[in-house]
Design a binder for this molecule. Structure first.
Ligand SMILES: [Zn+2]
Length: 172
């Protein structure tokens, strides 16, 4: 997936946060960050690894790793008596798992690594064009990405418009 991680993260975070007011900004910041965080491994891929290993094979694209991190954080927050922050752990985990699910549409993701090395992807994209990214952009799955972006832009714009009268009356 190329362009839809962030807008998909926005839609998911909106869904989780709902009308909740407490930690709303923090939840959106967390959700948007974690919706794209796994792909920061591209820095390692290009700058350090020399493109030797597919970045989808790094631990950053391993669901069980993120589940373990989330479980550890949730336990730590509970033991520290800071249960109110558990929502942020949930938002982060949900967004990372959404990222991996969206990657798994057209790319191989090892959902059960290190227990099972089977790779899961819904659609095989044939290599027909050069450069390589044209194969993805000219595939129908890219239309789904555009649709996710359009839906997020529409809902974001509607929310902004709905918030306008409240902002205007608050400033008077
Ligand atoms: Zn990714």
């Amino acid at each position: 997936m190329f362009i839809a991680h962030l807008p998909a993260g926005y839609l998911l975070t909106r869904r989780i946060v709902g009308t909740r007011q407490g930690l709303r900004r923090a939840a959106f910041a967390t959700g948007l960050t974690f919706s794209v965080l796994p792909d920061f491994d591209l820095l390692y891929f290009y700058l350090i690894d020399g493109r030797r290993t597919l970045h989808h094979d790094y631990w950053t694209h391993t669901p069980l790793f993120w589940l373990a991190v989330a479980a550890t954080l949730a336990l730590a927050l509970r033991l520290a008596g800071k249960r109110q922050y558990l929502i942020l752990v949930w938002v982060a985990l949900a967004n990372v798992l959404l990222h991996l699910f969206l990657d798994s549409i057209a790319a191989d993701i090892r959902w059960f690594h290190p227990v099972l090395e089977t790779r899961f992807n819904l659609v095989e994209i044939p290599a027909r064009f050069q450069p390589w990214y044209l194969n993805f952009i000219l595939h129908w799955t890219f239309a789904a990405e555009v649709a996710i972006c359009a839906a997020a832009a529409w809902i974001w714009a509607r929310a902004r418009l709905a918030a306008r009268p409240v902002e205007a009356s608050a400033s008077e």
